[in-house]
Design a protein around this ligand. Structure first.
Ligand code: SF4
Ligand code: SF4
Length: 399
């Protein structure tokens, strides 16, 4: 790496050094406080809405243990405070405990985002002993049969329940992640109760966002407007009832929105993630936008330098790149024009206004698409895998 401010190190950085770095480089570059490390794209599950790209990165190309340690040291050195270990399934990596230990040593707060099915109680204890601070477990539903069908993995749901209990027995904070769509939204009250019964601190209820695998499966996943209205009412009631017991975050689906979400807090403003092969990305779906080149930590530039000056980060940063109607809109510094990946997926040009916005000329069309798909016949999934996807067998009863 070429810049001293972002110089990687394999030696632990003491907390004073981290604080000093935070007051200099991090402020100067506006470095995000939290970073997502996608350790691998390998995963035993096959969720049809997986946010990983359709072109999954292969195990042979993944960063080595030493390379990830270098990343962690470099992040701590430039003022990052939290590392989210994600994937694919991060527990596929045999060095996960070693990486958590290293994160602890360099002063990072670590969170594990996991499908849980590869975790034993012993492995979880080793992770806790290595300094793991928080665990997020994804659930595909509230009943085993339908959840296992969505995951494409037998017995996944029961294993997740076991692991969630071990997390709490080890006194680690627990977040339950639930991705919602047409085929599981009716389970929402039970999912909320499941999170309470598991003694979770937080429940993230996220309606599917449609890019990558989810776009491929959109017709099988798209909810009806009536489902979304019901879900919003159920969530609001639960948020009031469970205040102080369970914090509930709720992400509404774009296609039925009036304005787009402030995706990632704005492109290149508050977030980056690192792909299994070391690419520094503005969001986990950014590679769906063809024509952008994303630099890797394996090149000759520091992460801070890539964040600050790379073309991919600067292309849609701020408001200067915006076309009308965003360019003269009062909301342009509130939502930053919405999601670039969605604009690309739905219009073919990432610089267009996100069609989730009612001011986009394409908004009406995506709303009608959503309505038509939500009431359509398609219910079978294309499962996510390294072969480019496998259609679900003709064995389940169509919803
Ligand atoms: S969404 Fe499903 S398939 Fe994708 S990484 Fe998470 S658990 Fe694995
Ligand atoms: S026109 Fe652009 S800035 Fe205005 S609300 Fe829509 S997406 Fe946001």
């Amino acid at each position: 790496m070429s810049e001293a401010a972002g110089t990687p190190t394999d030696t632990p950085i003491d907390s004073l050094a981290v604080l000093e770095a935070r007051g200099t480089t991090a402020e100067a570059f506006g470095i995000p406080l939290a970073v997502l490390a996608e350790l691998t794209h390998r995963c035993p599950l096959q969720c049809p809405y997986c946010s990983n790209p359709l072109e999954l990165e292969r195990a042979r190309d993944e960063l080595t243990t030493d390379e990830w340690k270098r990343v962690l040291g470099e992040l701590a050195g430039i003022g990052v405070l939290q590392i989210h270990f994600s994937g694919g399934e991060p527990a596929v990596r045999k060095d996960l405990t070693e990486l958590v230990r290293h994160a602890t040593d360099v002063g990072l707060y670590s969170n594990l985002i996991t499908s849980a099915v590869l975790l034993t109680r012993g492995r979880l204890r080793a992770l806790a002993d290595a300094g793991l601070c928080h665990v997020q477990i994804s659930f595909q539903g509230s009943d085993a049969a339908s959840a296992d069908r969505v995951a494409g993995f037998r017995n996944a749901h029961a294993q997740k329940l076991d692991v969630a209990r071990w997390v709490r027995e080890l006194d680690l904070p627990l977040t339950v992640n639930a991705v919602m769509h047409r085929q599981n939204l009716h389970q929402l009250p039970d999912i909320i109760q499941m999170a309470v019964d598991l003694d979770a601190d937080r429940l993230e209820i996220a309606n599917v966002q449609y890019y990558g695998w989810a776009l491929k499966n959109r017709a099988a996943l798209m909810p009806t407007l009536a489902q979304i209205e019901d879900a919003t009412r159920i969530v609001e009631e639960a948020q009031a009832r469970l205040k102080g017991t369970l914090a509930i975050d709720y992400v509404v689906p774009d296609y039925y929105a009036l304005r787009p979400k402030k995706c990632m807090g704005g492109w290149g403003r508050q977030f980056f993630n690192i792909s299994p092969t070391g690419k520094i990305l503005p969001c986990h779906a950014a590679e769906t936008i063809t024509g952008l080149h994303f630099e890797s930590m394996r090149g000759n530039r520091s992460i801070a330098s890539i964040w600050r000056t790379s073309d991919a980060f600067n292309r849609y940063r701020g408001t200067g790149w915006m076309p009308e109607p965003c360019a003269s809109c009062d909301y342009r510094e509130i939502d930053f024009g919405g999601c670039r990946c969605q604009a690309f997926a739905l219009t073919g040009n990432a610089a267009n206004t996100d069609p989730a916005c009612t001011l986009s000329p394409l908004h009406e069309r995506i709303f009608r698409t959503a309505e038509a798909e939500a009431s359509g016949e398609v219910s079978r999934f294309v499962y996510r895998n390294f072969k480019g996807g496998t259609p679900e067998a003709d064995t389940h009863d169509d919803a």
